[in-house]
Design a protein around this ligand. Structure first.
Ligand code: ATP
Ligand code: MG
Length: 464
């Protein structure tokens, strides 16, 4: 672990309108091995920040022109990770408190002691270094547990990666089945990217979002005059994707005519554009995805059996998120980082209990639901840490499915588990009775005094 002295050499910007304060800090910090730049106003500091980044900024709060508050908010808006240490006059502690709320790292009150300045600066730099190391470590860990853009280290995911590696080189059709939001589209991409076709097009067809006629002409193309409105020749997706892959998203929505045509292309490797008689040869790999059981549709004669078998040459089943909960922390890390960068926030960590809530949820919407929950949390966040209050309320009272039974590898106490369940039931019931305990006790079939004791013991906040 690096020591304080070793990383004492950070670059620091001192912002103060008083020459004497600037001089003192420049000398003090310079002697301690820091590189120091000076700014006489907030405006000056913002200009300096455009040219140079600083490990820490010491910012006087009482500046002529743009005040410290404004400066701090502006700095934090574009550089959420920037360490800013506030300098306030003795006696304006409420300023300091407000500044901390805006994301200041710490504050110093004038007149300050030399050791105090050095200590605060050294701690700030050390924390920054640790956070950076931590981020790098987690990044490295994630890199080891990803496959193309797919994240996950659980056994079912590793098996899936192995299968993709194995099938990617061939030309065989792949049918990807799995619940909504499990990453079927990502896998379809990965198959293409790992295949020799990678330099050729990968086109996606969503048959559900298009009227059948339009779909047909989109897929196979037409010549001028083939139907009213066909004012010029149009190349279809099959021709455009020649040499590459076509991904049929939600293939179950394909209507019978298109099903028949698709079957023909798959069998003959050729098709006839609308309005012509001559066929066109193509070499396209077909990847299809569905989140409903195609076999079931076949049984109800809503999907052609012969097409089903043609598609299902290789079948891939995407595991639901609740079947691989050990991947949740990795995914959390990934999405927090992604949305922090996108929104210029620094919400990079979950509290223990927030993570626990995610582990307990049953995730009917799978990774997409998790991703949306985390994006929301990052956007709403005001600090580096995400706690329960930023998670979607529905997630905390997921009583329809009850708390999903997640058993970590090192076990978990039955008593705690039962208590969590008890807590959740009571919270749900109180919500339903708008906080009326007597009514809640009736619904839960316990004495009001018993319920009241439990509410106290479990520290439940009555919603009323
Ligand atoms: N293993 C994963 N790692 C990283 N991101 C993932 C993973 N799985 C899914 N996602 C993300 O979740 C979202 C949904 O994934 P995708 O669109 O591939 O799901 P899907 O199975 O096609 O869902 P649907 O059936 O609803 O179309 C996307 O934003 C995707 O990037
Ligand atoms: Mg999809």
């Amino acid at each position: 672990m690096p020591t304080g002295d070793k990383n004492a050499g950070g670059r620091i910007l001192v912002v103060d309108d008083e020459a004497i304060v600037r001089d003192v800090l420049e000398e003090l910090l310079g002697k301690a091995g820091h590189e120091v730049d000076l700014a006489v106003s907030a405006e000056d500091a913002l200009v300096a920040l455009e040219k140079q980044s600083y490990h820490a900024i010491l910012l006087d709060f009482m500046l002529p022109g743009m005040g410290g508050f404004d400066a701090l908010s502006r700095i934090k808006a574009t550089r959420p990770e920037q360490i800013v240490i506030i300098i306030t006059a003795f006696g304006s502690i409420e300023h300091a408190v407000q500044a901390m709320r805006l994301g200041a790292y710490d504050y110093l009150t004038k007149p300050f002691k030399n050791e105090e300045v050095l200590l605060v600066v050294r701690n700030a730099l050390r924390q920054q270094l640790l956070e950076e190391e931590n981020r790098n470590l987690r990044q490295a860990l994630r890199e080891r547990h990803r496959f193309e853009r797919i994240i996950g280290k659980s056994k079912p995911m590793q098996e899936m990666y192995g299968l993709v590696e194995q099938i990617a080189p061939s030309r065989s059709t792949v049918l990807i089945q799995g619940e909504s939001g499990t990453g079927k589209e990502l896998v379809a991409h990965a198959i293409h990217e790992k295949s020799p076709r990678v330099k050729m097009p990968f086109l996606t067809v969503n048959s559900g979002s298009m009227p059948p006629d339009l779909l047909e002409s989109n897929l196979f193309g037409h010549v001028r005059g083939a139907f009213t409105g066909a004012v010029q020749d149009k190349r279809g997706l099959f021709e455009a994707a020649n040499g590459g892959s076509i991904f049929f998203d939600e293939i179950s929505t394909l209507n019978p005519e298109v099903q028949a045509k698709l079957l023909r292309v798959m069998q003959e490797k050729e098709f006839i554009p609308l309005g012509t008689v001559s066929s066109v040869k193509v070499d396209v790999r077909i990847i299809a995805a569905t989140n409903i059981d195609l076999m079931d549709l076949v049984g109800r004669e809503a999907f052609r059996e012969d097409l089903y078998y043609r598609l299902n040459v290789i079948s891939l089943r995407m595991p639901a998120l609740r079947e691989r909960k050990e991947d949740i922390p990795l995914l959390v890390d990934h999405f927090l980082e992604k949305y922090s960068l996108e929104n210029q926030k620094s919400a990079r960590r979950l509290t223990e209990r927030a993570l626990q809530a995610l582990m307990d949820h049953s995730w009917p919407g799978n990774v997409r639901e998790l991703e949306n929950a985390l994006e929301r949390a990052v956007v709403l966040s005001t600090s580096g840490v995400v706690d329960l209050d930023l998670l979607p309320p529905s997630l905390l009272t997921d009583s329809a499915s009850g708390p999903a039974l997640y058993l970590p590898p090192d076990g978990r106490s039955l008593q705690n588990q039962v208590q969590r369940y008890e807590r959740q039931l009571i919270v749900d019931t109180l919500r339903r009775t708008q906080g009326v305990q007597k009514r809640a006790a009736e619904l839960l079939k316990v004495k009001p005094t018993t319920l009241n004791e439990k509410i106290k013991r479990l520290r439940i906040q009555n919603p009323a």
